[in-house]
Design a protein around this ligand. Structure first.
Ligand code: PHE
Length: 344
């Protein structure tokens, strides 16, 4: 009988030795011996009746000892496997706290957005409100109401992308003047953004898509002096006190008189170079006193009120301010260029 007990002991030891190191397998093995109904050790108890009465006590004691021993063995095994599993988990989840952190990159606003924000700040500081521009206009807002009737030669000044005979990609932000005056009565003092405009035009200083900011002031007794004063202040604030500007007589159908405001060329400092086409000046904005017809088109009494308007090229302003000599650099999304310009 004692041989059988020793046999079971050996079986347990062999089983433990060969065991795949999983707690589930250990549990199964334990069941084979210690399950209260089917376990091999429990089965031995049933043989009690075949044992001589005087040996029964010793037999029972031996079985109980074996049971204790087996229980002890299996709980040791379980502890060991538990520890090993934990160790394995720690290993796989190990974090090297001395490793250098991954760099996080912060972006910056596009140069045109930066300029637009700066301009808005300046004009809002002068008491302007901000209105919205549209990318798609119809013929009336982009041309007709701005005193540019069909067949007017001024339409040739702006090579238009037509979407249909009626709708087009805005060639200028001046349509915002009409939208504003239709909705608001004087006094009006607005700048309009974001100002995306489109013209079929393409060289070092022209991109087919570019940006303007439109300004409009309508009130009693608005004159050219107001215009000059505001634009002078704006140019100095944005380009520095040394900046020189000049007003040139110009022509726009929606302003009368009209002017063009130039800023001294950043590339040659005014001596004349390829960028400024030898003139020393770069055209920055068009402006003027709002044509009476435009006021009347919007139902504003042109005897009582007068207005000033200006349209600033934001891309030009960004080029001037950040020393960019080709407008394409602004729109090629080359991060090496864009990363250098961070003014905010
Ligand atoms: N819309 C004109 C242009 O795109 C600029 C302008 C705006 C001129 C307002 C006068 C008044 O060239």
């Amino acid at each position: 009988m004692n041989d059988r007990l020793a046999g079971i002991k050996q079986e347990i030891l062999n089983g433990i030795d060969q065991l795949a190191a999983s707690r589930a397998a250990a549990f199964e093995l334990r069941k084979q011996f210690l399950d209260s109904k089917t376990g091999k050790i429990g089965q031995l108890m049933k043989e009690m009746k075949n044992i001589a009465p005087e040996e029964r006590a010793a037999f029972g004691k031996n079985i109980n000892e074996l049971k204790d021993w087996a229980q002890q063995k299996f709980s040791e095994l379980d502890e060991k496997l538990k520890a090993r599993e934990l160790e394995r988990r720690y290993e796989s989840e190990k974090i090297d706290v001395t490793m250098p952190a991954r760099e996080t990159e912060t972006g910056n606003l596009h140069p045109v957005t930066q300029i637009r924000n700066q301009l808005m700040d300046i004009f809002v500081g002068m008491g302007f409100e901000v209105a919205e521009t549209r990318e798609i206009e119809n013929d009336y807002y982009n041309f007709e109401a701005l005193n540019i009737p069909k067949d007017h030669p001024a339409r040739d000044m702006q090579d238009t992308f037509y979407l249909s005979p009626e709708y087009l990609l805005a060639t200028q932000t001046s349509g915002a003047q009409i939208h504003t005056m239709e909705k608001k009565k004087p006094p009006i003092k607005i700048v309009a953004a974001p100002g995306k405009v489109f013209r079929s035009d393409d060289d070092a200083t022209h991109s087919p898509m570019f940006h303007q900011m439109e300004g409009l002031v309508v009130d009693e007794r608005i004159t050219m002096c107001d215009l000059k004063g505001m634009l002078e202040l704006f140019a100095k604030k944005i380009f520095g006190e040394d900046t020189t500007t000049r007003l040139r007589p110009s022509y726009f159908p929606f302003t009368e008189p009209s002017v063009e405001v130039d800023v001294s060329c950043f590339s040659c400092g005014g001596k004349g170079c390829r960028l400024c086409k030898g003139t020393g000046w770069i055209e920055l904005l068009g402006a003027g006193i709002v044509n009476r017809r435009v006021l009347e088109n919007c139902g504003i009494d042109s005897e009582k009120y007068s207005g000033l308007a200006f349209g600033i090229g934001l891309d030009r302003a960004a080029m001037l301010k950040y020393g960019i000599n080709n407008v394409k650099l602004l729109f090629e999304s080359d991060l090496r260029v864009l990363r250098q310009i961070n003014d905010n």
